[in-house]
Design a protein. Structure first.
Length: 276
């Protein structure tokens, strides 16, 4: 894998990435939610060359937060398959793309959405992958097969992948983060007993609903989920290591500290990776 097109100097790249102000506009990601025929409003554009990133990380490492921060600082569009599934569930059948409708059919039956269907949802939105503003891909790929399909698409379009950022955190910290979560039974707002507590213990600030601990946030459940994640992700890690694309980042500290660490590592990598 290759990095973004080679800048004139690493200092210039660092100035563009690490010292840029967070973007003020808010991209509605219309092309991602509605398909490639739609046009995004307030689409962010980098001041220099685009970044194209894939994010990996276990539940609880803060990958979604980092995707948002990288979107703001690097001006690369946040493409989240989780957001895409949530958007699909709110659309009427006539407004869903064929792959979105197929995914909803599987979910209604309580079945896992197959790799092929998830890939079709991404492929329908290939214009987002080609976008000149770059992207931060969050939630895809999840399997080796999906990673290979993404690689084929990007190679066919002659689009270089800047890096695959893998966020790591010790298991004990992941358990602490997730087991402290509390969810409102009414509006589904999420709190944390130490990191973001509600004003009144056990009661939602927004609607007054009761806060509860989800079964999959119990420590025993978290450990089972982590074992499953590590089994499914190991082939992905090996694949991207073999492509010389993997960049491992410690997900410790505040979100801003983790983001700064990520950008510094990206800048350093862009200055050393051979450009195709």
């Amino acid at each position: 894998m290759s990095g973004p097109d080679k800048p004139q100097s690493t200092n210039r790249l660092q100035s563009r990435a690490a010292q840029s102000e967070p973007a003020q506009g808010r991209n509605d990601r219309a092309a991602w939610f509605q398909g490639s025929s739609a046009e995004c409003s307030d689409a962010l554009r980098p001041s220099g060359l685009p970044w194209r990133l894939v994010l990996l990380g276990a539940p609880g490492v803060g990958k979604g937060t980092q995707a948002y921060l990288l979107n703001q600082r690097l001006r690369a569009c946040h493409l989240s398959t989780g957001d895409l599934f949530r958007a699909a569930s709110k659309l009427g059948e006539c407004d869903r793309s064929p792959a979105m409708q197929a995914a909803m059919d599987y979910m209604r039956r309580g079945e896992l959405v197959p790799d092929t269907t998830v890939w079709e949802m991404v492929r329908e939105r290939s214009a987002c992958i080609r976008c000149a503003g770059g992207f931060v891909l969050d939630g895809f790929p999840r399997t080796l097969g999906q990673a290979e399909l993404l690689k084929q698409l990007m190679e066919s379009e002659k689009i270089p992948l800047s890096a695959v950022v893998n966020y790591e955190l010790p298991l004990a910290e992941i358990v602490d983060r997730l087991s402290g979560r509390r969810t409102c039974e009414k509006c589904k707002a999420v709190y944390h007993i130490t990191g973001q507590p509600s004003k009144v213990e056990g009661m939602c600030d927004h609607c007054g609903g009761r806060l509860f601990q989800r079964e999959d946030d119990l420590p025993e459940s978290i450990k089972v989920r982590m074992e499953a994640y590590e089994r499914s992700t190991a082939p992905l890690i090996e694949f991207y290591q073999s492509q010389r694309a993997l960049l491992t980042i410690a997900a410790t500290g505040t979100p801003d500290e983790i983001c700064a660490r990520t950008i510094s590592a990206l800048v350093a990598r862009a200055g050393t990776v051979a450009i195709a």
